[in-house]
Design a binder for this molecule. Sequence first.
Ligand SMILES: [Zn+2]
Length: 441
Amino acid sequence: MTGFPEKADLIIRGGHVLTMDATFSDHPDGAIAVTDGRIVAVGPSVEAAGASAATEIDAQGTIVMPGLINTHCHAAMTLFRGLADDRDLDGFLQRVWAAEAAFITPETVELGATIGAAEMALGGITHFTDMYWHPDATIAAARRIGLSLTTGPVFIGFDGIDGLPWPKRLKAADDFLARHRDAPDLQLMAMPHSCYTLDAGKLAEVVALADRHGCPIHIHGAESPSEMALVASQHDGARPIGVFDRAGLLEHAPLIAHGVHLDDAEIARIAATGAAISHNPLSNAKLASGTARVADMIRAGIPLSLGTDGASSGNDLDLWKAMRLAGFLQALATGNPAALPARRLVEMATCGGARALRLGSETGSLETGKRADIAVISLDAPHMVPVFDPYSALAYSAGRNDVRDVIARGRPVVRNHRLCTDIAAEIAETRRFAEKIKEKA
Ligand SMILES: [Zn+2]
């Protein structure tokens, strides 16, 4: 009994299938069958010999793995890629916030998020977490490209770029969360920006709102030395994790983006609450924010995932680069080259990402019943030979150009290195958008 059905919607045959399941089981010559967007069988390809499908993908000579999961992103900020380079978080935010105030509308967010989602799909990402203004526009963009999305209303304490004062912001958030609650391609989170843009009272209001809707929380925290100083000045000398705790937010086990500046007690406290950290090594390195204590956090039992952050602090949405840099930075910071070994890095980008989002039963590994979120990685390029260990090839050699096919929720979104959606008009429009920014600057 093979478990492979006679008929499926889609079958991927051949290739080294890395399931990223609990025991890291693999099939050196494997096959995957997909029906109604879900994986219905995974195993050696010989067992799939009698199965057929409307769409057959020959994956011989490739690595077949779960789609990558980007757990922290601001996709629409692709519009400001390269606008504010070579400065710290404060300098970066000043420049970018001015550009956002002048140019961000639902239409421009949809344009930027379409470019961002397309970039991510081509890089093997099948699910991303996005925190940005006008999240309905990002939802439209993710659907256009075919990716799944974690998003939700953003909260800051002052009138935001969307022009919503506090009471109206809470009402709009309630409406948004109610409106999208049954969407199968969305995971909803409440997204308070940070504790330097929200006071403790407003943070507590967001926690209450998240409780009412039964949704998790995503927030920036402990990202840079300047943030630590700002938070101390605003909150009577407190540190971000202490502020989260006092507001009842930590008890809610949020997904915290960055978590670079944490002491031992804070790491223990985060671990005790079940909160997760989205590690963003590219952004942290480029803005000189610091090196997160990833190895210590993993040892403490904190779920760790990877994010790209926005493309204006990255400057791209490349999770392969994030994987590699995460490993290298931990080796340098700890003096231990095995601090974050290759398989652990691939785990952080796949099933670890799903666990951090609390979507571990839905995606992140190639297992029967899970969403068919799959990436096929070509081994044809010179830098991909030889392969002694597939995890090493993925973590240390592979890049976005090696992503050959991407299947998200059972639907091909990239085939033979090409996006299945035509976005030529959006690319032209983004160039025109940049000209407008240059004229104003
Ligand atoms: Zn961010």
